[in-house]
Design a protein around this ligand. Structure first.
Ligand code: 3PY
Ligand code: MG
Length: 235
């Protein structure tokens, strides 16, 4: 979330499989996001961008800059999902416009031809499921060829599920919904991903069929690390 290339690079040098640069709630600008992908790549990790709501133009640009997956928030209908897929995939799957100049500077194993032929299969379009409406449209969203997986946002889902009564990502009732989404994604042959406020929830998510968990945020990780170090230092 922090618009810092150094933090993106430091995260990528931890044992994570990938790092997400958040342009929805994070403070990244286009400039910092386009620098961060290079720092993540230099650490040997694939980079994911979360775009702001409805910014499908940024989805295409993220791929053009070398990001390998994009998370789109608040995908609440099959039409939202199709519009996102259109930005992410070259024809015939979608309508992505040609121009991966920066991506090719990073991913030097590709020629323009091999990039064009493989990009639809190698880059991931992850649609966020975080409202009742999205949950109601889940099977239709999962059936779209241009959508590779879904990413659950438990905080927004808790707000929507409670009709605005609370924000409670660890709400018990919600766990069944999260499990249902994981199971249905797996059945559809698509990737299930989830935001984990609490890393202790990740093994449970894995049992529900989730293959990717985003662990908290950089300030949260920084705070947890600092607290653990201080506790040790103070004995
Ligand atoms: C949510 O929990 O709503 C999220 O979007 C997590 O990033
Ligand atoms: Mg959300």
């Amino acid at each position: 979330t922090s618009p810092s290339v150094e933090i993106a690079g430091a995260m990528a040098r931890c044992a994570f499989d990938t790092v997400t640069v958040d342009m929805q709630h994070g403070a990244h600008s286009e400039v910092s996001a386009f620098e961060a992908v290079k720092a993540i790549f230099m650490a040997g990790k694939p980079a994911i961008m979360r775009i702001p709501v409805g910014r499908n133009d940024m989805a295409s640009r993220a791929l053009d800059m070398g990001y390998e997956a994009v998370i789109a928030p608040m995908i609440n209908s099959v039409a939202d999902a199709q519009a996102f897929a259109n930005a992410m995939k070259y024809p015939p799957l979608g309508e992505r416009s040609w121009g991966p100049t920066k991506a090719l500077q990073l991913h030097t194993s590709y020629t323009t031809g091999t990039y064009f032929r493989s990009a639809n299969g190698k880059t991931l379009a992850l649609a966020m499921i975080e409202t009742r409406a999205a949950h109601a449209a889940l099977d239709e969203i999962l059936a779209l060829d241009g959508i590779d997986g879904v990413f659950v946002g438990p905080s927004d889902l808790s707000i929507s599920w409670s009709n605005g009564a609370h924000v409670d990502p660890k709400n018990e009732e919600l766990q069944e919904v999260i499990s249902d989404i994981g199971g249905r994604a797996r059945k559809a042959g698509k990737i299930a991903a989830v935001f984990a406020v609490d890393p202790a929830d990740v093994p449970g998510f894995a049992k529900m069929g989730y293959r990717l968990a985003a662990l908290n945020t950089d300030p949260g990780i920084f705070h947890a690390g600092a607290s653990a170090m201080l506790e040790k230092a103070r004995g």
